[in-house]
Design a protein around this ligand. Structure first.
Ligand code: GLU
Length: 305
């Protein structure tokens, strides 16, 4: 397996040249575009890796499925579905998803920013700090790493360059879709995006989602199996932003990307995969990362279709 991963990684590394590191905030623009790493955790706990898999980066949008899980655990499926829809937007992550007239809960999706901002407000807690700490706690359990924490420099950069997210949050508020104070909700969202991870952590999160809510090896249950079906289905249709359709054809497994260069992929019942490759395509997905997943999917017959 290691040999295969090394070979695929070297084959896909040059593809990074076709992408660019995210530069919407100064702190992310410092990423090394040539980095590429991969980590796999199988359902029985077997681990394999290659390349720059211990390099750390911020989770960014890959926190969205964790936000969704926390919201589901705190409120149940029916309540969450009434507040945040499940239909793919086919639009970029920070897009205003619908015309002003049709902005309602059915038109916001948990895998793009508007839906994720609403989900921060659904997490239970007496303060936003407490809500964030609960989300961080869940992230640590899913990632199998109690040391995971916020990258403070990225957090400050997100917070001071967050005009578009502020616009989205105020629009939600003006339509009665967000009850709480915009700055408090956004502070939770910015901190959530700035959680620092590596490929191993993403593979572990993917492994729990592939294992219907149970940790690999110990089999300890973190969330009900029905919730993994809910999250994986949404990852399949919207996890790769407006590139989800093409990704379904090329790779064929539920996955979530983030503008930090990470991809977390879930191969139901088989494995979780964590990828890092910060050079992104125009849709915000890791170019070399997708290529690597495509090659891996072909070699190991991972597509669920
Ligand atoms: N922090 C980013 C934002 O909200 C996350 C976007 C992403 O990874 O797609 O703009």
């Amino acid at each position: 397996m290691e040999e295969l991963l090394e070979r695929l990684l070297e084959e896909c590394r040059p593809a990074a040249k076709e992408g660019r590191v995210a530069d919407y905030i100064p702190e992310l623009a410092k990423g090394d575009p040539k980095a590429l790493g991969l980590y796999i955790i199988g359902s029985e706990g077997k681990r394999s890796w290659a390349g720059d898999c211990r390099q750390t980066f911020t989770i960014q949008s890959i926190v969205k499925p964790i936000l969704l899980l926390q919201a589901l655990l705190d409120n149940g499926v029916e309540f969450v579905m009434r507040r945040v829809g499940v239909e793919a937007t086919g639009k970029p992550f920070d897009a205003i998803n619908s015309g002003d007239q049709s902005l309602d809960s059915g038109n916001i999706n948990p895998m793009v920013n508007m839906g994720a901002i609403v989900m921060c407000s659904l997490i239970h807690g007496r303060s936003y700090d407490e809500r964030f700490q609960r989300l961080l706690g869940l992230t640590r359990r899913l990632a199998g790493d109690q040391e995971i924490d916020v990258d403070e420099a990225v957090y400050r950069s997100e917070k001071s360059h967050g005009s578009k997210n502020r616009a989205l949050a105020y629009l939600l508020k003006s339509h009665g879709l967000l009850d709480d104070d915009v700055e408090e909700v956004l502070d939770c969202y910015f901190r959530a995006c700035s959680i620092q991870v590596d490929c191993r952590a993403l593979a572990h999160i993917g492994a729990v989602l592939s294992n219907r809510g149970r940790l690999p090896v110990s089999n300890e249950r973190i969330f009900p199996g029905a919730m993994s079906r809910y999250v994986n289905a949404i990852l399949m249709t919207c996890g790769m932003y407006d590139g989800s359709g093409e990704f379904a054809l090329r790779v064929g497994v539920p996955a979530k990307s983030g503008v930090g260069g990470g991809i977390m992929a879930v191969v139901p019942t088989r494995m979780g995969i964590g990828i890092f490759g910060p050079a992104l395509d125009r849709k915000g997905n890791s170019v070399a990362g997708i290529k690597l997943l495509e090659r891996l999917s072909g070699e190991l017959h991972l597509s669920i279709f």
